[in-house]
Design a protein. Structure first.
Length: 338
């Protein structure tokens, strides 16, 4: 029996190369060894304000992008979170087994509350519980994510263990899987921060939808340092090391091998080389995204099929939870209620 991998990505913006190398690329390679379930987690996105049409459009675009990077719906289950009602249902139950204190310690909640004090809604606070519901509904053994999501997977583990401690082995306890290189791709303008698809400064990130000229311009403006030698040293030279690891991830090298490619060269050579390496990855993906978005009927059919398969799995877990806590469930089709 293969282990189950689950992960999700929010349609809160067009994904960046940070999302790609930190998580999505890993999802594609895991298809060989794991039973994979991946979701476009649009319920998470409404903790921010979006125009309704923009959110719907981004959700479809992101689903198309997952297909375009090589997630194969015959091997992986791909679905849109809002099409599977059990996510909200399990969230309510898990809310009753999660402490206010532990949620208030979440780094992302603290950071996002500071960034947008005008909209610190309860959904933003409760976000990690919805994420725990996503993971636990699918009996997930591993959760491939970037470094920034480690704390959210850990709280999912804590909630699962607490629940299991009360009711027996209802949930599989999940573990995060974070790539050693790419787990935290940094902002091009401020290498003290991660690259973020919601960054107000577009120059800070390379979007998966950026055209070749934009990628070149953004790479040329990337913040480096005054030393002018291309060395991989993330602590002393975060900007240059970030560019080197991007180059390495695009060319399939280690950062140390990439460093050797630039021996004796300056940043004027490194920056355009990074842009070309990124463009070589993005070009074919963008063409495949267009092929999917140009065929809305095919996209609808894939989304419908994914949602039906996800719901069948999620309903089984939810029935175990209802049974454990003593909730009267919906009568099962053709059977008794739990
Ligand atoms: P999201 O949408 O912000 O990001 C999707 C994935 O990309 C990773 N990531 C990065 N990796 C490396 N460098 C970066 N600069 C970078 N930025 C983002 C994230 O770690 C993530 O793996 N809460 C999640 C979505 C979610 C989820 C889940 C994930 C909801 N439910 C259940 C796993 C399991 C989020 O906002 O990811």
């Amino acid at each position: 029996m293969k282990k189950r991998a689950f992960s999700g990505i929010q349609p809160s913006g067009v994904p960046t190369v940070g999302n790609y190398f930190g998580a999505l690329k890993n999802w594609v390679s895991m298809q060989n060894d794991y039973d994979c379930v991946f979701s476009v987690v649009n319920l998470h996105a409404i903790t921010q304000r979006f125009d309704a049409d923009v959110l719907r459009e981004r959700t479809r675009y992101l689903y198309a992008l997952l297909l375009a990077i090589g997630l194969d719906p015959r091997r992986s289950l791909l679905f849109v979170q809002s099409q599977v009602p059990q996510h909200c249902e399990l969230t309510w139950v898990l809310n009753c087994y999660t402490m206010q204190g532990e949620l208030s310690r979440m780094t992302q909640f603290k950071e996002k509350s500071l960034k947008r004090p005008e909209n610190v809604n309860v959904g933003l606070f409760d976000y990690p519980v919805l994420q725990a519901a996503d993971i636990l509904l699918y009996d997930s053994d591993v959760v491939p994510v970037g470094q920034d999501q480690k704390q959210h997977v850990e709280i999912s583990r804590d909630i699962a263990e607490r629940f299991n401690g009360l009711y027996g082995d209802v949930f599989v306890v999940p573990e995060p899987v974070i790539p050693p290189i790419g787990g935290k791709v940094l902002s091009l303008l401020d290498p003290a921060r991660k690259m973020d698809k919601s960054d107000p400064l577009p120059g800070a990130y390379l979007s998966m939808a950026d055209d070749a000229d934009t990628v070149m311009k953004k790479c040329k403006r990337a913040v480096t340092d005054s030393e002018a030698s291309v060395r991989y040293d993330p602590a002393a030279k975060p900007g240059v090391s970030n560019l080197l690891s991007l180059y390495a991830m695009c060319t399939g090298q280690t950062p140390q091998e990439a460093e050797r490619d630039f021996e004796g060269q300056g940043y004027g050579v490194l920056k355009p080389a990074v842009a070309e390496a990124v463009n070589a990855v993005l070009g074919p993906v963008q063409a495949r995204i267009r092929a999917y978005t140009d065929d809305p009927a095919q996209l609808d059919a894939l989304m419908e099929d994914g949602a039906a398969r996800a719901e069948a799995m999620a309903a089984k877990t939810l029935a175990r939870v209802w049974q454990a806590v003593g909730l009267t469930g919906r009568p099962a089709k053709g059977g008794a209620s739990c």
